[in-house]
Design a protein. Structure first.
Length: 177
């Protein structure tokens, strides 16, 4: 008899928990006074947070900045942090992660990637591709463009010809030989 009473008591407690209506619980409305928060329940977003559909961020993603030395330096820095673990320092696809068993990404020096447009690299950084996940939340748009510029510099460093060197620099090269 005690066993039946205990089972009924436990069942009653469990069923009572199922009847809770979360809409009826105490809560703060966004613009009302909230004693737990100074200034009301509506809170300031944390510093550095970005709202969905942020027009300034969208504009930065659409407008590719001009390639400058400062942009390439920033791209090299960001590439070293976010890209080189998989792609390697030279963009060959032999980073430390690959040496530990992860799939090898395509080398940036592959013909398919050398002929791809800059938007392709920006989109891959933003959305991911294959085993690579999206970096949109980690890398701001301007830094993504900087990484793209640095990838292009890596590609050019291996596949440049003497015709790619400006004429005034060619003279200096021929003097140093």
């Amino acid at each position: 008899m005690r066993r039946v009473a205990a089972i009924l008591a436990i069942s009653a407690i469990v069923l009572a928990g199922c009847e809770q209506n979360m809409d009826a619980q105490p809560k703060y409305s966004a613009y009302t006074y909230a004693p737990a928060f100074r200034g009301g329940a509506l809170r300031e977003p944390p510093p550095g947070s970005v709202a969905r559909d942020d027009p300034a961020r969208d504009l930065a993603a659409m407008n590719k900045p001009p390639v400058t030395t400062a942009l390439l330096d920033r791209g090299r820095d960001r590439f070293g942090i976010f890209c080189s673990p998989c792609h390697g320092g030279g963009g060959d696809g032999n980073g430390i992660i690959v040496q530990r068993g992860m799939p090898r990404p395509t080398s940036y020096h592959d013909e398919r990637l050398r002929t791809a447009d800059d938007q392709h690299f920006f989109d891959v950084i933003s959305n991911g591709y294959g085993a690579m996940y999206s970096y949109a939340a980690r890398v701001p748009p301007r830094d993504r463009w900087a990484i793209v510029a640095y990838i292009r510099a890596l590609q050019l460093s291996r596949h440049a010809s003497i015709d790619d060197v400006p004429s005034e620099q060619r003279a200096k090269l021929s003097e140093s030989r």
